[in-house]
Design a protein around this ligand. Structure first.
Ligand code: ZN
Length: 327
């Protein structure tokens, strides 16, 4: 079976992978489209890559609900055990043994293989039915949109004068669209000139990060950069008693002596909230409602054989995202 595998930081297309066998309560999924972003390019674990996908259920395994067969599904990338105290207490996204498909899990937890292969096994509990008709690629972004939705929830932007989204990657641009629908004064601070044209198209204000003022006057700053050091910038931008939201990558914000940089936020009595991931089911509803424009993320399409090259381009931040199509 074909699949895209990372070993020792080198990504290659392989055609000798073992056929996956669905376990108890699992199904076999044939991906139609797998979305890749910079996070996949920087993924550090070995194994099949890919965390964002839409596909068709080929076969139900033992004990799995057979009505899933032949349905188009989005697969929730975060695998929770469903049995620990957190899962039973409504905190499945913080499952003690939770693991992100194609990325990483906590120390000691066997990582879950990714979805960029001809087939992969997934538990029925991770399946979300996607619309059967139409072009599938857009649904692969459901989890990413869910993450942006999570970031935008719990932060009040209505009536606020200064709202900044830091970062012009996929999550930053989706978050900016969601927030801009609630407050026209949202602006994006980014580093990539071509993406400013997208903001222009959506009527969202934008500036280069290097040109950002340091007036500590922002009511809300949502940091979607995934860069630990960006928190220092967010903390310099925030006004007294403002709100900083940090969208953490699945593994959390790590590395760098950034803790010392939150000083301005502490003296400003600002609140700093972290959020991580978000439900693919919620994201799917936002896409279905047509509330966000994902066309820039669908612009680069390729076959599985070209996925390693697409990942290199993503690592160099040349493209926003790539969609790997089956066939
Ligand atoms: Zn659990």
């Amino acid at each position: 079976m074909k699949g895209v595998v990372r070993r020792d930081r080198v990504t290659t297309l392989r055609d000798d992978l073992p056929e996956p066998t669905p376990g108890e309560g699992e199904v076999l999924v044939r991906p139609e489209s797998v979305a890749l972003t910079g996070l996949d390019a920087g993924s550090w674990r070995d194994g099949v890559i890919g965390r964002l996908c839409v596909g068709v259920v080929e076969k139900a395994g033992p004990g799995a609900d057979r009505t899933w067969e032949r349905k188009r599904v989005v697969v929730e990338p975060l695998r929770a055990c469903g049995a620990c105290d957190r899962c039973r207490g409504g905190l499945a996204s913080h499952c003690v043994s939770g693991s992100w498909m194609g990325l990483a899990g906590p120390d000691g937890v066997v990582p879950v293989g990714g979805c960029l292969a001809e087939r992969f096994a997934a538990p029925c509990s991770a399946l979300i039915e996607a619309p059967a008709r139409g072009e599938p690629g857009v649904w692969a972004f459901a989890s990413l949109v869910g993450c942006a939705l999570n970031a935008s929830r719990g932060v009040r932007v209505e009536g606020k004068t200064y709202v900044t989204v830091l970062g012009d990657g996929p999550i930053g641009l989706i978050t900016a669209q969601i927030l801009a629908s609630r407050n026209a004064s949202v602006r994006v601070l980014g580093r990539h000139e071509p993406r400013f044209a997208l903001c222009e198209r959506w009527g969202i204000r934008h500036r280069h990060e290097a040109e950002a003022g340091r007036r500590a006057d922002q009511d809300v700053v949502v940091d979607c950069t995934g860069r630990p050091e960006a928190l220092a910038l967010a903390c310099r931008l925030i006004r007294p008693r403002g709100s900083v939201v940090v969208v953490a990558p699945p593994g959390g914000v790590g590395g760098g002596p950034w803790l010392s940089d939150v000083g301005p936020a502490s003296s400003a009595e600002a609140s700093v909230r972290y959020c991580r991931g978000g439900g693919a089911r919620d994201g799917l509803e936002v896409i279905r409602a047509g509330s966000v424009d994902l066309s820039p993320m669908l612009a680069r399409r390729c076959r599985m054989a070209d996925a390693p090259a697409a990942l290199e381009s993503l690592a160099r931040r040349e493209s926003l995202a790539a969609v790997v199509e089956s066939g």
